[in-house]
Design a protein around this ligand. Sequence first.
Ligand code: ADP
Ligand code: GLC
Length: 521
Amino acid sequence: MPAKAEAGKAAKKARPVKAKRAAAPSVAPLPVPSGPPLQLLSVASEVFPLVKTGGLADVVGALPAALAEEGVQALTFVPGYPAVMEALEDGETVADLDPILGGEARVLRGRAAGLDLAVLDAPSLFARPGGPYSMPGGGEWSDNGVRFGTLCRAAALVARGAIDGYRPDVVHCHDWQAGLTPAYLHFSPDPAPPSVATIHNIAFQGQMPPDILGELGLPPEAYSIEGVEYYGSVGYLKSAVRLADRVTTVSPTYAREIRSSEFGMGLEGLIAARGADVSGILNGIDLSVWNPETDPSLAARFSRTTLGRRSANKPALLSRLGLDPDSNRPLFGVVSRLTWQKGIDLLVEALGTLLGQDADLVVLGSGEPALESALSAAASRHPDRIGVQLGYDEALAHLIQAGADALLIPSRFEPCGLTQLCALRYGAIPVAARVGGLSDTIVDTNEMARRAGVGTGVLFSPVGREPFEQALVRTCELYRSPATWRRMQTNALRTDVGWAGPARTYADLFRQLATPAVTQA
Ligand code: ADP
Ligand code: GLC
């Protein structure tokens, strides 16, 4: 990913959980038609469980199954990284793109992890060790602009019929890595399907030098303010925002926030200019991957009706991180990229307050070296109270959600956030900044919500050290009232965090675009 250049609202009413999740598009929903499924080409640079650096992969991996229930059949178009090539079952060459793209390049179609995949097998670009964007020792590949520009170019070829017998009705492009796809569709005389661009994080925009255009085969006229030009460079995300038929982001609040200079990272003017074409559709999580009743990573499985069993996960988690398993102090957990966006510097500053409240902390994550060191140093200073594991560990992430009393998410901005959804599903009370998707998915347990018995978490604003510390204190007070805490956990476990609702909203949007005549009727 390009350097992670990373750039609040009123208390919510009683029982708004479901209502909040319905991120209305500006169109009325259509009934699920009984005819053949709508064909969707989804273009992305990562997909869970094959390649993941963050929530983008989770969304790209989980949405197709939920869309299938809505009569939308997704074909997911991804780069042929080694992990994808290895996982691909019955991969068949369905398009030879050598003559157009130059070099060895073909599209393989097959299945992996339950997904219908189209894979861009271009070994010179993607058959590399390391992460999807970075070299094995860290640092980004210098040709990421060409790598993902080529992904977009190939996606547009597939969208216009490069695979015999396949014509998608709609193209769905995720983040800057898929952002040039609408430009390729736009700057070609051939008929093209409509496109939707989804912004998962506006902080990562993909800005490349203008001479990349020739290399990517986009015509010179594409380099204009009405096209891909962005402050003297080629803007991948900018061009998606400008040229996609619709733009979505991953929560209604973030859709509003990015119209302002505080959150828009330079794209606020363009976003605002697209008006009602920009909407927010909340993410969900895969309820089969995140299921406390069946999760093999837990020490004890539980459900809303057997919540008492959850408590066995806390000692398991404490001992896993080298802390006292018999502690009955409140335990805060963190599962996060350790970055400024995620407010981890605020966590470091607030450690004194956290310990002063007689609470313990477990952290799983990786990210900025200074934050990693600060957390490791704190763990060395307080080995019986703070446990830190640096790195990526799927199973431990699950155990933290099941074993911690509360999950800390002090993000400075959060397009949606998935960890609070996992926390709600597993009964870890989210303590979060009131921004973006966090404010759309968590009901703050303020005095009124507590009395009404509807709170699911603790929200604070503005994002800063003091409000965060106050939230820690407030959380510990709530924890000391077992009946209130139990009620919050029950409410959390009742919250609908699945994909069914959001998938319906996406399907309605896709259908509106694919059948404009119906929209006008
Ligand atoms: P972002 O995509 O901004 O990093 P999200 O909350 O949307 O944040 O998604 C993060 C995803 O990555 C979640 O599925 C979370 O459980 C997972 N995750 C983050 N850090 C780790 C880690 N160190 N180990 C395992 N899973 C992690
Ligand atoms: C980004 C955002 C996160 C969101 C995820 C999936 O990584 O930072 O808030 O949940 O994308 O949409």
